[in-house]
Unconditional design. Structure first.
Length: 344
């Protein structure tokens, strides 16, 4: 949907106030795109409107120097939100501050490459008339939500938009789980085919990714359940049910991630056992070669001494006698070594 006349074209890093996108949303109406100046006017005049059924979604680039200043000046957000921004804590949580919901969520980067460091934080404030989100790095879920809103698929309440964000986040996690599963299948096929080169290191990266996601995202369903026990008065029953449904979807994805961690652990143990078995075979071959070479080394050392009385020095067939002795001792040593392996 093209922006209305007079709206400034917003680029990916945000406008002069760091606003990446802004939309006025209401039930039964198409989303109206705003820039930061229009959003400030909307917020300043919302109390004069006769039917305050619409709400505003503002998404900021927090790396922009003016983003926080604009929010402090125009958005009238609670201090808890700005404290969360200053704290820069990445611990997932959803809290209630009077009639406002403050959420700190974690999500995958827009250019996610299955690395443990490709996770960043999204700070969110949700009130009846306003939902504010902010990030320092482009994130996949909020960008997918932005695309859905632009095409007209938007909830009619701010809590519904938060629930849609969480469903989009869960959908992104499903894609990550599928990608990890595909990579694990490749490693498993290579293991069965006997190609072990560097597969253990690849599994280690995937396991660290899943552990990091599990650590950052696991508190989210529990935080939502605690919130839903005492929701704000303005949150309707339908909105609470949407949040509860999104939480259940999220919990299912987290359980799938835990199952993948166990699968990776078993594969790592199998690869470690295969490597240990290969090392044991190499060590055994080296030991057998050393044992077989022992008689000739001992006799060569003895007969190579420049002293008198060397046996068979004047014997015309002395060389062949020594060769026979060496062969006999080598055969005995080889028999003893191989017999030891058959007894195991």
């Amino acid at each position: 949907m093209p922006p209305p006349a007079g709206a400034t074209s917003l680029h990916y890093g945000g406008d002069a106030a760091g606003l990446i996108c802004g939309y006025v949303l209401s039930e039964g109406a198409s989303p109206q795109e705003l820039d930061s100046a229009q959003a400030a006017q909307w917020l300043a005049g919302r109390h004069t409107r006769a039917a305050p059924t619409s709400f505003l979604w503002l998404h900021f680039n927090l790396s922009h120097a003016q983003a926080v200043r604009w929010m402090e000046r125009h958005a009238n957000l609670p201090e808890a939100f700005f404290d969360a921004l200053k704290d820069r804590s990445v611990s997932t949580r959803i809290e209630r501050d009077d009639d406002t919901l403050i959420a700190v969520l974690n999500d995958a980067h827009f250019d996610f490459a299955f690395e443990p460091s490709d996770i960043a934080t999204l700070w969110t404030s949700v009130a009846p008339h306003l939902m504010v989100t902010g990030r320092t790095r482009p994130l996949r879920s909020v960008d997918a939500l932005r695309t859905a809103v632009r095409t007209g698929h938007a909830p009619s309440s701010s809590v519904g938009l938060l629930a849609e964000l969480m469903r989009t986040q869960a959908s992104g996690l499903v894609d990550i789980v599928r990608g990890v599963t595909h990579r694990i299948d490749d490693v498993e096929d290579a293991l069965l085919a006997g190609r072990l080169d560097h597969k253990r290191a690849r599994l280690g990266v995937l396991r660290r990714l899943l552990v990091r996601l599990q650590r950052l995202l696991a508190p989210e369903p529990a935080a939502l359940f605690r919130l839903l026990q005492h929701p704000p008065a303005w949150m309707g029953a339908d909105d609470a049910q949407e949040l509860r449904d999104s939480t259940e979807e999220f919990s299912v994805v987290l359980r799938d991630m835990q199952g993948l961690q166990e699968r990776i652990k078993l594969l790592q143990e199998e690869i470690a056992a295969s490597v240990q078995e290969a090392n044991s075979r190499s060590l055994f071959v080296l030991t057998v070669v050393t044992v077989l070479a022992l008689p000739i080394n001992i006799l060569a050392g003895l007969f190579g001494m420049n002293v008198g009385g060397v046996p068979l020095a004047d014997e015309p067939h002395g060389f062949w006698i020594i060769v026979a002795v060496v062969v006999a001792f080598t055969a005995v040593a080889g028999w003893l070594a191989l017999r030891g392996t058959r007894d195991q």
